[in-house]
Ligand binder design. Structure first.
Ligand code: AMP
Ligand code: MG
Length: 407
């Protein structure tokens, strides 16, 4: 059996990063949730001029050395600079964000001054430092600096950053086209009545929703009956219309042979046994025009393998090189956890921080790979190492909080 790490490494090695041949120039609004296809260079400094961090007075230290009480030469507002002559022994009233008048050494906040009845200002601060309360030009972003690297996600922080630099368009990788199909004679789409032995198709719906979270363009090929000819035709169609084809079901022993013969006609697919639970059978490879991931049929297995294996594959295919798996933590188990050594186990759990500030986790109900309801009550995977056995109360375990895909 392949370890999860080996399977992942093999897939990521096989898949090349997207070329720059099809990059699309998008407005910032169109670019939302896409992946940046260029190193974005700042055309300006931010701030683009020295300005005040406080409401107060712009001062020259030489004037203050001569007298603690000075006259007010004028005012500087944000968007409305002080442009007059600045006579000796005077200060400039200044507001937050206003451009610093030329020659100013510092800004003194108004709370450290007294405004006298004759309009002069007395400075009562103990020590006024050169440069205090001044936001310097380029302090945030420097002109010509790479502000966003190729492979970054264009989201609610990176896009406003581009906007703050006056950048209105950005090159993005094209959205990934993903064809999905469920396999199985027993499957019925939601909304139709079930007859004996039939079940509702859960996987296609779950996969579609997760793909949409990943900003993929989903082409839904519906349900395939376990029939060789229909399979062949559907796979040919799917791979012509997508960059990646994702199926569920039909990859376990017994069915694999049938799927295998069909898939071998349209490409090269590996049927793997991965030492993970849930999700042992998994297929990966290349069809003539698209990549292929075959998930196991059990809904929990389909979801876990999508999350742990297909998510990084999609990141690579999309050019999302900044993608990172969710950070894992150590938590204390508050209940016994059953575990058989031999496979890396992704159990569903609920974690919280107790009053002592420690992370505690409890497994959520039954953990069978056909028991999908456990997901709804959980907020993390309890990741149990391959060779580990049963977990006792108060033992530490690794948890991986769910990310936006299934939260
Ligand atoms: P398979 O991998 O095709 O042998 O399927 C394994 C189990 O998952 C069987 O109990 C199937 O009925 C079930 N299954 C397969 N596909 C789906 C699906 N799309 N939705 C819900 N259950 C499924
Ligand atoms: Mg099946």
């Amino acid at each position: 059996m392949l370890s999860l790490e080996q399977a992942l490494a093999q897939m990521l090695e096989a898949i090349p990063s997207p070329t720059l041949d099809n990059v699309e120039l998008c407005s910032l609004a169109q670019a939302a949730n896409r992946i940046c296809a260029e190193d974005v260079i700042s055309p300006i400094n931010v701030p683009s001029f020295d300005n005040s961090a406080m409401d107060g007075y712009a001062v020259r230290l030489a004037d203050l050395a001569k007298s603690p009480t000075l006259t007010v030469a004028g005012k500087a507002f944000a968007g409305n600079p002080f442009k007059q002559e600045w006579p000796a022994l005077s200060v400039v009233r200044i507001m937050t964000g206003a451009m610093l008048p030329e020659g100013a050494d510092a800004v003194v906040m108004q709370e450290e001054t007294i405004l006298n009845e004759d309009g002069t200002v007395t400075f009562i601060a103990d020590h006024i430092k050169l440069g205090q309360n001044i936001r310097k030009i380029g302090e945030d972003v420097k002109q010509n600096e790479i502000i966003l690297a190729k492979g970054a996600l264009l989201n609610a922080t990176s896009l406003p950053l581009l906007a703050s630099l006056g950048i209105s368009q950005v090159k993005t990788f094209p959205r990934l086209k993903v064809a999905i199909l469920s396999t199985g004679d027993e499957l019925v789409p939601v909304g139709q009545p079930l007859t004996e032995g039939q079940i509702y198709d859960t996987n296609r719906f779950a996969i579609k929703l997760m793909l949409e979270k990943l900003n993929c363009d989903v082409v839904d090929f519906g349900i395939l009956p376990d029939n060789e000819q229909e399979f062949e035709q559907a796979f040919i169609n799917a791979q012509q219309q997508a960059d990646l084809v994702i199926t569920s079901g039909g990859v376990s022993v017994g069915e694999a042979d049938f799927t295998k013969t069909v898939l071998e006609k349209v490409g090269q697919i590996n049927f793997w046994k991965i030492a993970m639970k849930p999700g042992k059978p998994f297929a990966f490879g290349k069809l003539e025009n698209a990549w292929f991931c075959g998930l196991p049929g059990n809904p929990v297995s389909a979801l876990v393998t999508f999350y742990q294996l297909v998510q990084p594959v999609i990141a690579k295919l999309s050019g999302y090189s900044a993608w990172q798996p969710t950070q894992r933590f150590t938590a204390v188990a508050t209940a016994k956890i059953k575990k058989i050594p031999g496979r890396l186990d992704f159990q569903r759990g609920f974690y919280h921080v107790n009053d002592k500030g420690e992370i505690e986790v409890e497994p959520v109900g039954f953990q069978g790979s056909h028991l999908f309801s456990s997901f709804v009550k959980s907020n993390c995977f309890i990741v149990l190492e391959r060779e580990r056995g049963n977990i006792e109360v108060n033992e530490t375990v690794t948890i991986e909080p769910f990310n936006h895909l299934i939260k």
